[in-house]
Ligand binder design. Structure first.
Ligand code: AKB
Length: 329
């Protein structure tokens, strides 16, 4: 039986997924039991005021350990990472944060006999030689980005800690995640979020990948639900641990624009591919997540058009309030 998660530390809590995961976990586990941490970006007012928040550096073990002791932490959700596009601009930083940060978290997980350590992975683990459609869970993993390299190594090191030390580590391969609360930072799939913001803000968008670029994607509510479901799954039923393919939908940039045009017929889109096109081209068109469905009951709820309606509705409300983009200070 897996141990219960009671006092949870979230790294990368100011990021796109971390911020919403923190708010949802605070609802489910109690605000005072979910300790949000970030490296340097200021948290939103909501995040800061809804429960404990601290600045830490995952590469500085002491700063993490201090929080573990202070709050008697028994579980860690390790969201802090450098994503694909920033990783290609600064591969050494990407290796340093993603690999050394992860091993520090795993070691602290062992030292403090943690109930659970969650370390997300990504579709970036895939690269050369894969079947592009419905890419299976088990296939060759030869990524061409530093981010992908760190995610493959991350999955392997997490599984090593499960097998060698019996630490309960779990993780899923996130597709591109689309959300309207916190902007993503430095990923290749960021266009699928930016397009909605720019549609609402300016009625037009210049997309940095080609119209026919098709990638696996997911709406944030599904990503949050899936992450918590995996964290709460019965350990004895898990055959995989740190590398679950996690799917919801798959669409091309052109189909995404068409979906927006159904709600905003005057929306205009143009395509100017940049260095991120190569990264997108190295990833699957869609992934098969049968093991996630079989081992912990994963079932997505959102499709493209339902997501588009919800995204545009929420962003339009924010535009009216003058809070579409976060204020720089
Ligand atoms: C990225 O684009 O780098 C991320 C990811 C797919 O992991 N969104």
């Amino acid at each position: 039986m897996a141990k219960e998660m009671k006092r949870i530390l979230i790294t990368g809590a100011v990021g796109q997924i971390g911020s919403e995961l923190t708010m949802e976990m605070r609802k489910r586990y109690g605000a005072e039991n979910v300790i949000a941490t970030g490296r340097k970006t200021k948290p939103s007012k909501e995040l800061e005021e809804s429960g404990p928040f601290h600045f830490i550096n995952v590469n500085d073990t002491e700063s993490v350990e201090e929080i573990i002791k202070k709050y008697n932490i028994d579980s860690i959700v390790h969201m802090a990472a450098i994503l694909s596009a920033v990783g290609e601009k600064n591969p050494q930083l990407c290796w340093d944060v993603n690999m050394n940060g992860t091993i520090n978290i795993l070691e602290l997980g062992l030292k403090y006999d943690m109930a659970r350590v969650i370390v997300p992975s990504s579709i970036a683990v895939f690269g050369k030689g894969i079947p592009l459609d419905n890419t299976p869970q088990e296939t060759v993993l030869k990524p061409t980005t530093m981010y992908g390299v760190t995610k493959v190594c991350g999955e392997l090191i997490c599984d090593y800690y499960v097998q060698k030390f019996g630490l309960d580590v779990r993780g899923l391969r996130y597709p591109g995640i689309i959300s309207h609360m916190t902007l993503p930072g430095g990923g290749t799939t960021d266009y699928a979020v930016e397009i909605y913001y720019e549609a609402v803000d300016k009625g037009k968008y210049t997309c940095f990948v080609r119209e026919d670029t098709r990638l696996p994607m997911m709406y944030m509510p599904d990503a949050i639900e899936g992450t918590i479901q995996l964290a709460e799954a019965d350990f004895s039923k898990l055959i995989h641990h740190s590398d679950f393919n996690h799917a919801a939908m798959s669409f091309s940039a052109g189909e995404l624009a068409e979906s927006i045009k159904k709600v905003m017929p005057d929306f205009e889109v143009s395509y100017e591919p940049d260095y991120r096109q190569d990264i997108a081209d190295s990833w699957p068109n869609s992934i098969d997540d049968t093991p996630a469905r079989e081992e912990w009951g994963w079932k997505p709820q959102w499709n493209l058009d339902a997501m588009t309606e919800d995204m545009l509705k929420n962003l339009k409300i924010r535009k009216e309030k003058g809070t579409l983009y976060p204020k720089e200070d």
